[in-house]
Write a protein of this length. Structure first.
Length: 340
């Protein structure tokens, strides 16, 4: 059974369990408080600073929201499943995973874009310089290191191969190997995978170490685009609208702060945050490779196109059937900077 087939079966099972658990969780959506301030439970990413963490450190939540770290994740799909089942209060994933879960009936709503690609920050698919792999056409039957099944890298690979003229059976020959982002470069250099999907500070670190080249990037495929969104459960949104608006407003400010603040200052702030929180096993050394926030939309405002971009992958892999209406599972009403 291929990794892609396992991904479909796994996601289908998770969606079914998610929907059943959430629909049976009547009376949910309550938020805990500390000193009268709502606590938003969330998952972080090892050796990285998420935008909400930056917003909190900069004081952009204005004492209206506090973050409550529940551990780390390496998977956007897992993160939003945790939000849907009430293990955390919000989670983030690429637009295709959000659309897949919401389309399946999970009561979640996207409220803000939080990552994407621009000319400095993007996902690239890298090989050693001496690799015979030079174009997406060479990816068939190869092992590719990705951070998760059902994530954006999987969709990027699918779309690149489809554009190259391959059918679904041929595309399924690609073997996706799940690896933690901090370890993906090492797996490529050791020959454990043929290609590595790299982004952000770990991509820049790998490039700085030398000896690698990109086969293709999502920026080459799409140009600047918004890649993923933060989601909340619908019951949580209904019961805590003021707190969610404070959260969204703060994250939006942190997005724009990164766009207008000198790079060295952003890196210094990230380093300070990681060193101050003292989480086990973290290393702030890769933060120096940060390039940009990579969210083209002003203040993270969401549009239909942020989900429609992934429709081909979703339909071809069985993630959605029938009508596809992104406007049903996102809102900008909590974003004070959204056009009215």
């Amino acid at each position: 059974m291929s990794a892609r087939v396992r991904s479909r079966l796994f996601m289908g099972a998770v969606v079914a369990v998610t929907v059943a658990m959430v629909l049976s969780a009547c009376g949910g959506g309550e938020v805990r408080k500390s000193g009268g301030v709502p606590l938003f439970r969330y998952q972080g990413w090892a050796s990285q600073v998420t935008i909400p963490e930056l917003a909190e450190d900069l004081g952009f939540f204005e004492g209206k929201v506090k973050l409550d770290w529940q551990g780390n994740t390496i998977s956007g799909p897992q993160d939003i499943q945790s939000a849907a089942t009430g293990q955390v209060d919000f989670g983030g994933a690429f637009g295709g995973a959000v659309a897949k879960l919401a389309h399946a009936g999970a009561p979640i709503t996207a409220v803000l874009n939080y990552y994407g690609s621009d000319d400095k920050t993007f996902t690239g698919f890298y090989v050693p310089e001496n690799s015979p792999i030079t174009t997406p056409k060479d990816l068939l039957n190869k092992k590719i290191g990705v951070n998760t099944l059902g994530g954006q890298s999987e969709a990027d690979i699918h779309d690149a191969l489809k554009k190259s003229g391959f059918d679904e059976e041929q595309i399924r020959s690609v073997q996706l190997v799940v690896l933690p982002p901090p370890n993906t470069e090492d797996a490529l250099r050791r020959g454990q995978v043929d290609v590595a999907a790299l982004s952000g500070q770990f991509q820049q670190r790998a490039i700085a170490n030398g000896g690698l080249r990109a086969v293709f990037t999502d920026y080459e495929e799409f140009g600047p685009f918004n890649g993923g969104q933060y989601v909340f459960r619908n019951d949580f949104l209904a019961k805590n609208p003021a707190s969610v608006e404070a959260f969204v407003s703060g994250v939006a400010k942190a997005i724009e702060w990164q766009k207008t603040t000198p790079r060295a200052e952003v890196i210094a702030r990230f380093t300070q945050i990681i060193e101050k929180r003292q989480r086990p096993g973290e290393d702030a050394s890769s933060v120096k490779f940060w390039q940009s926030v990579g969210v083209p939309a002003p203040s993270g405002v969401i549009a239909d196109t942020d989900f429609l971009r992934w429709e081909s992958w979703l339909r071809d892999t069985g993630g959605i059937t029938g009508a596809f209406e992104p406007s049903k599972f996102f809102t900008n009403k909590f974003n004070p900077n959204a056009p009215k």
